[in-house]
Design a protein. Sequence first.
Length: 92
Amino acid sequence: MLIQRLGTCVAGARAGLVAGLLAAVYPEHVYIAGVFYVDVLWTFFLILAVLLVADADKEAPGLKRAFVTGLVLALTVLTRPISLVFVRSPWG
């Protein structure tokens, strides 16, 4: 569902639906969902963080939204430290 929503946010409703359906039937995702790996948590947190950042311009900014986004980014970095590369802005 997160992949579908992210695809809808970035590329439109049709692309989001296709991305969600492809992710749901992708054989490696189906297999890995049944086995506990750190990558399962990392993928979830990373997609959720990207979705929160991508939706940030569509909603009114607020402290609660910033806190939740920061918390998800922190959980992403705690799961896989290489995620710090995604947190740093290339403009700042």
